[in-house]
Design a binder for this molecule. Structure first.
Ligand code: 0WE
Length: 168
């Protein structure tokens, strides 16, 4: 099962994080993080011979990315939920992992101001001098779904041109 869904109210991705309303915080966590728990609970009984669950996350879960705000906090919850689900479902041979993607030009990204400068930032700083291609995210998903990844669970795999390893 692929979990590739997130939402925070637009206004929560604009101003300061400190201004996040209780309702925007609730909606972001409900749609972006709790949905993984709810979907996993429904799909696990169908995975009678083991299985693989993959969720999409982003670096803003672990370090501050200006304007990512409450989405970063919700992604931190998604990553922690992945670990607890991996622990619960491990005995059933169901693995749960996250793919942490570098920025990709998608429909959702088009609405984000400063997105082009974010891609340029990766081209300057990532070891591979770029972010990632959609096909590379797909290939990592196929890997995690396959028996080649049979020993991998509860992890966050970075497909970001290596950006996440850098300290400066
Ligand atoms: O997770 C995301 C964005 C997901 C997202 C996008 C929107 C835009 C439209 C969630 N909710 C909404 N709500 C809307 O109303 N990304 C990893 C892409 C992203 O979004 C950013 C980023 C990056 C990267 C927002 C600010 C700063 C960086």
């Amino acid at each position: 099962m692929l979990h590739s869904l997130a939402f925070a109210p637009r206004e929560a991705l604009e101003g300061d994080f400190v201004s996040t309303t209780r309702e925007a915080f609730r909606v972001a966590h409900d749609i972006s993080a709790y949905s993984l728990v709810a979907l996993t609970r429904e799909v696990a009984p169908l995975m009678t011979n083991g299985g693989s669950i993959v969720a999409m996350t982003y670096y803003g879960a672990e370090k501050v990315v200006p304007h990512y705000n409450v989405m970063g906090v919700a992604k931190a919850s998604l990553e922690a939920s992945t670990r607890y689900l991996a622990y619960d479902l491990g005995p059933k041979k169901i693995r749960v992992n996250c793919i942490s993607a570098g920025p990709v030009q998608t429909l959702a990204a088009r609405g984000i101001s400063g997105f082009t400068s974010m891609l340029k930032h990766y081209q300057e700083r990532a070891p591979l001098k770029r972010s990632c291609e959609p096909a590379e995210l797909g290939a990592t998903g196929v890997f995690l779904a396959s028996d080649a990844a049979a020993g991998i669970t509860g992890q966050v795999i970075y497909v970001d041109g290596g950006y996440q390893i850098m300290g400066m």
